[in-house]
Write a protein that binds this ligand. Sequence first.
Ligand code: ZN
Ligand code: ZN
Length: 428
Amino acid sequence: MNPTAQVTPMLAGLDARLPELRARYEDLHAHPELSFQEFRTASIVAADLKQQGWDVTEGVGGTGVVGVLANGAGPVVLLRADMDALPVAEETGLRYASTAIGTDAEGNQVPVMHACGHDMHVTCLLGATGQLAATRESWCGTVVAVFQPAEEIGGAPAMIADGFLDRFPRAEVCLGQHVQSAPVGMLGTRAGAVMAASDSLRIRLFGRGGHGARPDLTVDPVVMAAAIVLRLQTIVAREVSPTDPAVVTVGSIHGGSKENIIPDTVDLQVSVRSMNPVVRERVLSSIERIVRSEAAASGAERTPEITPVYSLPMTVNDIDTTLTVLGALTETFGADRVLTLPRPFTGGEDFSTFGTALGVPSVFWYFGGTDPAQFEGVDMKSVLENGLPDHIPANHSPRYAPLPDPTIRIGTIALLAAAAPWLREIRR
Ligand code: ZN
Ligand code: ZN
């Protein structure tokens, strides 16, 4: 920590707040909730914000919570955390590990775990809101703290659809962060694309079922599906430029119940990742073309149904704003701790929904949450190139367990440091 950093006055009293934040984190971790079911989490967030002195609105886009703190003339800054957990059975062995069971969107009973670290995001943003309320003399402007539901399935648009743009002060910059399986103390981001666009589709193919011994009297959707799955692979191989990354994965295929019955339908689930809006449009329209054409080629009487399940836009960091944020993080944490990432991740995020809807720049960065001891002997360059070694659990793993104390402190400071260039700006 640099004592002369711009953020320093906003950190007064933070160390005394850490035990309370640690307890908050452990409680959230032990009580994870699935996407759009973050009722307990949201009520805790709302109560904490009110106690800190924020104006609080609950139930925004389902379970979303928005806090507003107006502190004189100045820029409006949006800080965002996501709140949902995943259907994963926790295997961390932590004292505060989750044993929660939830009901997923299909009505199945599933184990629930904060395997993506969104409990850390909530805790750090509550740390930052507490500091902002307690150090009002050190900054000016307005902060909009967004606690968003359902990041894992693209919940941000639900907040926008619930009048977010008109109900709250319009931010001129949006800032967000994600805890990552990197050593605690490391932070990183890049200008431009940081995460891929992620689209999920369900496809239902309609044939005409019948006896397996008389295929001539049927339209076989299993053969239709087989042709479609293979032909979809040609999109990336033959329709997308070799220099543009794209992924088309058919992760699920279901049809039929017995070897001698030709079914009426087959269902496919498809995941698409892309790093460029033009490529994304091309891939999605090619999927539609191939699915419809293969169905027609099979003699299907009914056109397939293609249903988008969710769509996470690409996460793109505005170039100038990223340089400002990287500068502030570097000033605060030191140049050896803040990396400029060489390329985007193919994971997806819906954070950029806010900046896009507001028409303002946004910046998303990563902060490490893993015990540095686990990285002993690990070449960080190779991690950036080839991913994590097997012994280090990544986000979404049942063994993912950030180290609470240093990570909460760093994540809280990072939010304040990134916002400081706007909140400590003197405007005439
Ligand atoms: Zn996740
Ligand atoms: Zn996440």
